[in-house]
Design a protein around this ligand. Structure first.
Ligand code: GRF
Length: 217
């Protein structure tokens, strides 16, 4: 079966990109990375792509001062040229316009370091600690024009521990990000994730885990 061609948009270190590279290295994974696109020439993720023999390209927003649409059109053209079928945002730090989001509607996903719809935006780990939540986590979701909105595909919850600072909690969440991003791509590539209105229906999903309580009784 043909593998789904994904494009990964990055701005920085690219640890989620690495998780996708590693997943795609398995012969039975149903997707392959057709292009890694960065808006920053010095993004470490580009080195990861080069090392893995994955095509990388830079479209810098700085080359299009004051013209977001031209910047996004340049990215769009590169993605289409590479035959990309699904765009994965992985630490891409520019807010995309409704125009771009509509071009890729239901073919554009993001990973966010919180259990959406809680803690949209930045500094999610600090805010989760300040709110005193007992569980935090991460979400892979389809992208809609509003920031960190859109039908949820996969989430992972992690416990918040009494000893946590934002760094320790963030590391625990990141670990889960690296597990659920490939899982979400697999579900889409296998045609098992269907957008129905504001939610995603997963074919064949059967809950098998008991509830988890934190702190434990
Ligand atoms: C991750 O925490 C991701 O959830 C957020 O940006 C960070 C990117 O990290 N959107 P990396 O570049 O994948 O290491």
């Amino acid at each position: 079966m043909a593998r789904l061609k994904i494009g990964v948009l990055i701005s920085g270190r690219g640890s989620n990109l690495q998780a996708l590279i590693d997943a795609c290295a398995a012969p039975d994974f149903p997707a392959e990375i057709a292009l890694v696109l960065s808006n920053k020439a010095d993004a470490f993720g580009l080195e990861r792509a080069a090392k893995a023999g994955v095509p990388g390209a830079v479209v810098s927003h700085r080359d299009f001062p004051g013209d977001k649409q031209a910047f996004e059109q340049a990215m769009d053209a590169k993605l289409r040229e590479a035959g990309v079928e699904l765009v994965c945002l992985a630490g891409f730090m520019r807010l995309l316009s409704p125009w771009f989001v509509e071009q890729w509607r239901d073919r554009l996903i993001n990973i966010h370091p919180s259990l959406l719809p809680s803690f949209k935006g930045l500094d999610t780990h600090e805010r989760a600690l300040a709110a005193g939540v007992r569980f935090h986590g991460c979400t892979v979701h389809y992208v809609r024009p509003e920031m960190d909105e859109g039908p949820i595909i996969v989430q992972a919850a992690v416990p918040v521990l009494p000893s946590d600072d934002a760094h320790a909690l963030g590391d625990r969440v990141l670990d889960s990000e690296h597990r659920i991003y490939p899982q979400a791509v697999r579900l889409i590539a296998e045609g098992r994730a269907r957008v129905e209105g504001d939610v995603v229906v997963i074919d064949g999903a059967v809950p098998t885990q008991p509830s988890v309580i934190n702190p434990p009784a």
